[in-house]
Design a protein around this ligand. Structure first.
Ligand code: ATP
Length: 235
């Protein structure tokens, strides 16, 4: 569905991506892992048109999306939940969810979906009329994911969804991704929590200093002592 080939992105003179390639097929969970500053967020920003690559290609269903605006990519079914969640704190939980569906024409079905999501994420249902800013960090992350899902994306991209959350809540967030996969959803997951992300993903790419240093299934990645020592805290 998504192919990124030989992508180069520079901020001024300093290269953030030095020729990154990866692909996401329909129904897969693919993770991009690696340390701070490796280029994970930049990869997502390039896909949704928030940064302009110096070279390389990005295609969705074989068609280039370079130079497209974020709204156009949303219409093609690509939805990004950015790091830091960016929910609207003064709006209620329900209002935030409804905003996720502004691009949808089927308003009646949208209302039904908003109700369904509040059942599917009970923490959100209980706080339906509360300002979203009053939710805990984990609840806000759930809201951000639910809001993205309301748009019925074909590819959901999550940037560091577990960042800053307590271990139990991190489990809940990973459970949501596992459930999406079980339902046939397609997810590109950026995570610093490499061990968990790689264990969950069908395929993972390890980024370091703007390059993919290894890719493969969990078994393939965890078979490499170098990679385990460098990025997973050793065996
Ligand atoms: P993090 O987990 O910290 O977000 P990351 O792997 O997502 O890390 P990026 O945010 O993509 O990494 O950053 C890649 C490189 O680009 C880093 O060296 C970073 O300092 C640099 N960088 C990122 N955003 C900018 C920017 N707006 N201007 C200049 N340099 C930037």
């Amino acid at each position: 569905m998504l192919r990124v080939d030989d992508l180069v992105v520079r901020y001024g003179r300093s290269p953030a991506l030095r020729g990154v390639s990866f692909r996401v097929d329909e129904g897969q969970v693919v993770s991009l892992v690696g340390p701070n500053g490796a280029g994970k967020t930049t990869s997502l920003k390039a896909i949704v048109g928030l940064v302009a690559p110096a070279s390389g290609s990005i295609t969705v269903d074989g068609e280039s999306v370079l130079g497209r605006r974020p709204e156009a990519l949303l219409r093609r079914g690509l939805s990004l939940v950015p790091e830091g969640r960016h929910i609207f704190g003064t709006l209620t939980v329900e209002e935030n969810l409804r905003l996720g569906g502004t691009a949808r024409k089927d308003k009646r079905a949208l209302r039904a979906d908003v109700r369904e999501f509040m059942e599917r994420f009970p923490a959100l249902g209980r706080r339906q009329n509360s300002p979203a800013g009053k939710l805990s960090g984990g609840e806000q992350q759930q809201l951000a994911i639910a809001r993205a899902l309301i748009a019925k994306p074909r590819l959901l991209m999550l940037d560091e969804p577990s960042l800053g959350l307590a271990p139990l809540i991190v489990e809940q967030i990973f459970d949501i991704v596992a459930q999406l996969r079980a339902e046939g959803g397609t997810v590109l997951l950026v995570e610093q929590n490499a061990a968990k992300a790689v264990a969950l993903a069908d395929v993972s790419y390890v980024l370091q200093s703007g390059e993919v240093v290894m890719s493969g299934t969990a078994d393939e990645i965890l078979a490499s002592d170098d990679i385990v020592d460098s990025y997973f805290g050793g065996r």
